[in-house]
Design a protein around this ligand. Structure first.
Ligand code: CA
Length: 363
């Protein structure tokens, strides 16, 4: 039997090189099949679309060596069940947002969004250039996970409310869907906070189970039907100024991938990350115009300054409390790194981005 045929017979697919016995002994699998669960509703624009696009692109660039079957939220496991499903070895991958795992890994909240925190541009600078991603993976390694940034929403909207907000007191007693640190800030102001996955929000608003909810921005909010069930649409998304979603992997599955496939996963995750941000910017603009046109009774309003100031004040309180409560010390460690990066960026952001937006407003 010829060497190549022999290897094919073993299902190895290719000659690994070197002397045959060593090659056979060291040969690693060349084909990988993963299952990926997401936190997004089936067919959901940009997010579920992006997860499926990722799987398709990986199949293309790896020439079929890594195949990923994608399951929308609730199909294989609940929308917020990815963390457990990967850790239990049920699936290898997830498309989700790290702040959903705040209960298990408090420090993970920094890698999605922090109220009044980094914008999408600076988040990329922190993650890719200033050690943010390394920190993320240090924290995740402790729970057997590996993360890459994939899918970024850009600045979000502040949310849909069924009643107009005039003072901070108007928040008291409201039931609102809002995750992460933003939710904890709202809770400080007397809001009863719930965390519902995307598909369950509008039905809850319609039934009156909740009074307010934030999701992402116009592109999704229009599709989900928010303008039909709430009439006050507030901005800006002070709580999520550039929410970074994640490609979450089982560390064991990740470590088992040959280097070149790891490189492809990195590259395609980057590609989908940029693609998603571009799509959010484009589709949000179009959907905002559509909402204004089709729902003239919807009022698109800025949060009153008094509320924004209070959100900011409570954000510092919440971050301090979270740091004190996390006994692993990871929250404090990541928070310090995040603050250090922000202070290093501050001057530049001021004379570049902020000054540009101010200049643009002059006529
Ligand atoms: Ca959100």
């Amino acid at each position: 039997m010829k060497r190549r045929q022999f290897l094919r017979g073993l299902g190895l697919g290719a000659v690994v090189g070197g002397a045959l016995p060593a090659a056979v002994a060291k040969a690693q699998p060349t084909q990988f099949r993963w299952r990926m669960v997401t936190s997004w509703p089936p067919g959901f624009p940009i997010l579920q679309e992006g997860a499926e696009r990722f799987a398709r692109r990986i199949d293309e660039v790896s020439q079929g060596r890594l195949k990923i079957e994608v399951f929308a939220g609730g199909v294989l496991v609940p929308a917020l069940g990815g963390f457990d499903a990967i850790r239990q070895g049920t699936v290898e991958a997830g498309s989700s947002a790290s702040y959903y795992w705040a209960g298990q890994v408090p420090a993970a909240q920094f890698f999605t969004a922090v109220p009044y925190g980094l914008t999408v541009e600076d988040m990329q600078a922190w993650l890719y250039g200033a050690g943010g991603l390394e920190l993320w993976n240090e924290v995740y390694a402790k729970v057997g996970l590996y993360a890459l940034p994939m899918l970024n929403t850009g600045v979000q909207m502040g949310g849909w409310f069924r009643k107009e907000l005039r003072t901070v007191e108007d928040l008291r007693g409201l039931k609102m869907r809002i995750p992460g640190l933003g939710g904890k800030v709202m809770a400080k102001l007397g809001v009863a906070v719930t965390l519902l996955p995307g598909a369950e929000i509008v039905p809850a608003l319609e039934r009156g189970t909740i009074d307010a909810a934030e999701w992402v921005g116009p592109a999704h909010d229009l599709v989900l039907g928010f303008p039909k069930v709430a009439k006050f649409y507030y901005y800006p998304g002070w709580h999520e100024p550039g929410a970074q979603a994640e490609l979450m992997l089982s560390k064991r599955a990740w470590d088992a991938l040959p280097k070149e496939l790891q490189g492809m996963v990195h590259a395609v995750a980057n590609e989908i990350n940029i693609w998603s941000y571009a799509e959010f910017e484009r589709r949000n603009a179009a959907a905002l115009a559509q909402i204004k046109k089709d729902f003239p009774d919807v009022r698109v309003l800025p949060f009153p300054d008094a509320l924004l100031r209070e959100f900011r004040r409570q954000t510092d309180v919440v971050l301090g409390e979270e740091a004190a409560a996390d006994r692993t010390g990871d929250f404090r460690r990541v928070y310090d790194a995040y603050l250090k990066f922000r202070s290093e960026q501050k001057d530049w952001v001021e004379i570049a981005q902020r000054a540009y937006f101010r200049a643009e407003e002059l006529r």
